[in-house]
Design a protein around this ligand. Structure first.
Ligand SMILES: *Cc1c(COP(=O)(O)O)cnc(C)c1O
Length: 562
């Protein structure tokens, strides 16, 4: 291990997925992109982290869409040896009574300002292991429940052991979602009091000491979204790693709930937006859940044309994105519009190259891209096609969409097929294109190249959402349901526009159509200076706040140092 990484104490940041770069497919969506942006900000701000994840050699998947609009998943393997160096250490974990060896890779994340952060990618694909065990770290969110539990043993328990074997000194652990919560069981064992030291009535486990070291960020506002395992299965796979009464006390009476375990073993707990923290407090009564609203990495998500503008007018913004608050006074409107047109032309070229379809640079372009899953409501925009056509009859608009459905998410896959049917039906009045294989790269092109970024989740299920923040860095206004970060980021007509009132049962489709027809399209076509003012408002009042530098500084001051 390079000495620079083990000289100082570090924060161990555990995440099941992490988006390191577009050509390393170890992420499926927002959670992984957030983990990547966290590391990128830590690199820029010199906050010493070490990330721990799985190598996911088989990748997530490459999405292909057939003639009928159906998703097909193609393998997206990657070769860690090409990007990372093998670790010199091996550790063992016990799974189903067998020893499973865990090796891995050191990937060094290099920030654009010269900072470096180590990333440990755990890997069980070793000759010492059985064929089945060699595949344990291959598939991100693949396999069945028992495969998931085994992966979580490798991540949580194997991860802590690997950090120690490599000589890291860890001052705090940060659990990005509950997947790595088993790490706190390893810490309980590590810090267990020897039986001869026990006072009457005292157990061996020093729970307060472990809590002092752990921080937990929850991302899932619904109970059903949390990983849970029946205790029979846990005992068969994990054995008597920790005694059952203690485990039940920490992780739930009836089944092992990874979120409960993380909540009970972490002194600092946060949700990823103010509204999400509130939802989480209702979901987990009795726990102190604070809020650190997510952010996106400034440089990573800003189109080069806007990087140039910010460098020129607000030097230092890459380290201190708060400076963008001055954008509306310091950056000439015309140069913002020109930078935007460049990004829009590039997106239109990408769409042409990938789909053969031509979009019109003069026509307002709406963008929608995210994981295709029910709560994101990708079909809300299409809920009344004749209304949509009527709106386009007054003032034209066009749409670009993208998104992958998890291979087992039948509802998400059906939505992709349905969207393709809508696109065909709208062909004569609203040009629309679905770009296959949504990833970091196409996300960057879309959030900068569209005129409006659309977001229509079912409240209160969007914990934060981050793609609208990426849009803000590119002066692209957000048109979104009032959920997640937008519940606090929206200033009506200044940073973008709200849809509905944020209630679970609001008529969001009607509200969306009305905003589009009455506010968004008229401003775009009839008042260009007014439109550019909203673009500048998004930069000044959204990007200056909703960035991962602010988020990391908050984690450093509120969670890591306490
Ligand atoms: C930013 C990003 C996401 C998350 O976007 P949301 O708005 O949170 O849904 C998902 N996938 C990719 C590829 C991204 O870049």
């Amino acid at each position: 291990m390079p000495r620079e990484f083990i000289l100082t104490e570090r924060i161990a940041y555990f995440s099941m997925e992490i988006a390191l770069r577009p050509d390393i497919p170890t992420y499926s969506g927002g959670l992984g992109v957030l983990a990547g942006d966290t590391l990128r900000s830590a690199a820029d701000l010199d906050i010493p982290l070490v990330a721990v994840s799985l190598s996911s050699r088989a990748g997530y998947f490459r999405q292909r869409i057939d003639e009928a609009g159906r998703q097909h998943e193609e393998p997206a393997p990657w070769d860690p040896a090409r990007w990372a160096r093998p670790l010199q250490a091996r550790v063992a974990v016990t799974i189903e009574g067998r020893v499973v060896w865990v090796g891995g890779w050191l990937y060094i994340l290099e920030g654009h300002m010269g900072g470096r952060q180590p990333v440990i990618l755990l890997d069980t694909d070793l000759a010492e292991n059985s064929e089945a065990d060699r595949h344990l770290t291959h598939y991100l969110y693949g396999g069945d429940e028992s495969y998931r539990l085994k992966q979580e043993i490798v991540l949580g328990i194997g991860g802590v052991r690997m950090l120690h074997a490599l000589g890291f000194r860890i001052r705090q652990y940060h659990l990005n979602e509950g997947h790595a919560a088993l790490l706190s069981l390893e810490l309980l064992n590590l810090f267990a009091r020897p039986s001869e030291d026990l006072r009457p009535g005292e157990g061996p486990y020093d729970i307060p000491r472990v809590r002092e070291m752990c921080n937990f960020t929850t991302h899932t506002p619904v109970e059903a979204g949390h990983d849970k395992f029946p205790y029979g299965q846990v005992q068969a796979i994990l054995g008597d790693f920790i005694d059952l009464p203690t485990l039940k006390q920490l992780a739930g009476e009836n089944e092992l709930n990874m979120t409960r375990l993380a909540l009970n073993t972490s002194e600092y707990v946060n949700g990823v937006a103010k509204r999400h923290a509130e939802t989480s407090r209702h979901l987990f009564p009795g726990y102190r859940v604070l809020a650190i609203t997510n952010g996106v990495h400034p440089y990573a998500w800003t189109h080069p044309a806007f990087v140039k503008l910010y460098d020129e007018h607000l030097p230092g913004w890459c380290h201190e994105p708060e400076l963008l608050v001055r954008a509306d006074c310091c950056i000439p409107a015309e140069s913002v519009w020109q930078a935007h047109l460049q990004a829009k032309r590039e997106l239109i070229e990408l769409v042409k190259a990938q789909s053969g379809k031509s979009l019109d640079p003069e026509v307002c372009l709406l963008g929608f891209a995210r994981r295709m899953t029910a709560y994101k409501r990708p079909e809300l925009l299409f809920s009344d096609l004749s209304r949509l056509k009527a709106i386009a009859g007054q003032r034209p608009f066009q749409i670009v969409l993208a998104g992958k459905a998890h291979p087992r998410d039948q509802e998400g896959k059906r939505a992709i097929e349905a969207i393709h049917a809508h696109i065909r039906e709208l062909a004569d009045s609203v040009p629309a294109v679905f770009l296959p294989n949504y990833d970091m790269e196409s996300a960057a092109a879309m959030v900068s190249g569209v005129d409006v970024w659309l977001n229509t989740p079912q409240p209160p299920l969007e914990a934060s959402g981050t793609s609208g923040m990426k849009a803000a860095f590119n002066g692209v206004p957000h048109l979104s349901v009032l959920d997640g970060w937008w519940a606090e980021g929206r200033i009506e007509g200044v940073t973008g526009w709200g849809i509905g009132n944020g209630d679970a049962d609001g008529n969001d489709a009607a509200s969306l159509y009305e905003k589009l027809e009455q506010v968004v399209l008229p401003l775009y076509y009839d008042n260009r200076p007014g439109w550019i003012a909203v673009m500048l408002g998004a930069i000044a009042k959204s990007a200056s706040i909703f960035n991962s530098h602010r988020m990391m500084r908050r984690y450093a001051s509120d969670a890591y140092v306490r």
